[in-house]
Write a protein that binds this ligand. Structure first.
Ligand code: 13P
Ligand code: SF4
Length: 355
């Protein structure tokens, strides 16, 4: 039998009145790096900030010493996205910016396929990924051998692969695409190749969502899924609308088609951020990885963000301490076999050439 004193329900008014009372938040100006603290104050406790600020200062110094830039994906935690990241965006923007980067070192605050894409486009630069295990369920859903088999099965059918794939898979592809340009890429390929069938790999849901936009082209899909977006259901959207009247629902096209159909808009992470900037909905929910809403909300204090939370465990592997360590030790460097890299780069460059 539990002694009542140790019951978690036992009221401890003495403690509640003293140690459990929330300490008053110091004004951002009283904190180190106050301009940065102001951006993350909603997500970082005042007591945590001095340690975080120490990493931020060290990273800024290391960036100057190494002539490094940090590319930050929209899903990065607010204390990375709003502080040390020099260039932020969706995977298309990061791929485009990687070409223009004037630095010796690129640190990818994102997942491994994004770091590989940066390396493909900057073969002479050092590209660092702070945790080499930051993967992606889509990237592991298909191999280069799978694509070779599919080509045997569908001779003459062009292969468009999502950038969320390994360099080896990109090397077997004719074109890459991102969620931001997928419709444009498949239309371009159908026109240029004079075909009405395309293998669109590996994200089944992205292919099915794009299919609705291009009924004139037959898209052959694979069974890859994003482990974050596949968890959303149409019932989630109905519940959100019931519990938050008037909420505008924006969904990422990696969500199942029934979820996209229940949303008001579907687009890449940048597409969703642009929608909020342009349409300024009073109340919005982003059906995607949850750090995204935290980051977009910083720019839009007048918009109410409803926040269901599905975190990407791979994105979460990137932290300020491991970004700092990556720059201190210059590890882990992304290396790609040169023969694979040449073929993979061609697929990415064909995508970037489509305007
Ligand atoms: P975006 O291209 O929209 O940034 O998406 C990348 C990604 O990994 C989404 O899960
Ligand atoms: Fe991959 Fe999904 Fe994570 Fe994006 S959110 S990196 S698609 S697992």
């Amino acid at each position: 039998m539990l002694d009542a004193t140790f019951s978690p329900r036992a009221p401890r008014e003495d403690l509640a009145a003293t140690s459990y009372a929330p300490a008053p938040r110091p004004a951002p100006a009283a904190m180190p790096l106050p301009h940065l603290y102001a951006r993350v104050a909603k997500h970082v406790l005042p007591a945590e900030w001095p340690l975080i600020a120490r990493d931020v200062e060290a990273i800024e110094r290391l960036k100057r010493e190494r002539n490094a830039v940090i590319l930050g994906h929209n899903y990065q935690a607010p204390e990375i996205f709003n502080t040390v990241a020099d260039i932020v965006g969706d995977s298309l923007a990061l791929a485009r910016e990687a070409v223009n980067v004037d630095a010796d070192v690129i640190v990818m605050a994102g997942v491994h396929f994004m770091a590989e894409t940066a390396k493909l486009l900057n073969p002479a630069k050092t590209v660092l990924i702070p945790d080499a295990k930051a993967g992606c369920s889509l990237a592991t859903s298909i191999t280069a051998a799978d694509i070779r088999l599919l080509r045997q099965h569908y001779p003459g059918v062009p292969v468009v692969t999502y950038v969320n794939t390994s360099a080896e898979v990109k090397a077997e592809s004719d074109y890459c695409c991102t969620s931001g340009n997928a419709v444009k890429v498949v239309r371009h390929v159908a026109r240029e190749w004079g075909v009405n069938r395309i293998l669109m790999l590996p994200d089944e849901y992205l292919a099915r969502n794009v299919q609705k936009e291009v009924p004139e082209i037959e898209l052959i899909a694979w069974k890859g899924h994003c482990e974050v977006h596949e968890r959303f259901t149409p019932q989630d959207i109905r519940d959100l609308r019931e519990n938050h009247p008037g909420v505008v629902v924006l969904a990422h096209p990696e969500c199942p088609p029934e979820v996209v159909a229940a949303a008001d808009y579907a687009g890449s992470t940048a597409g969703m951020a642009d929608y909020v900037r342009d349409e300024k909905p009073a109340r919005v929910v982003l059906i995607t990885e949850c750090s995204m809403a935290d980051n977009v909300a910083v720019q839009h204090p007048d918009v109410e963000f409803v926040r269901p939370c599905n975190l990407c465990p791979h994105m979460r592997r990137i932290t300020l301490p491991n970004i700092r360590r990556a720059l201190e030790t210059m590890t882990t460097q992304v290396e790609i076999d040169p023969v694979v890299a040449d073929r993979a780069r061609a697929a990415v460059e064909r995508m970037l050439a489509i305007r």
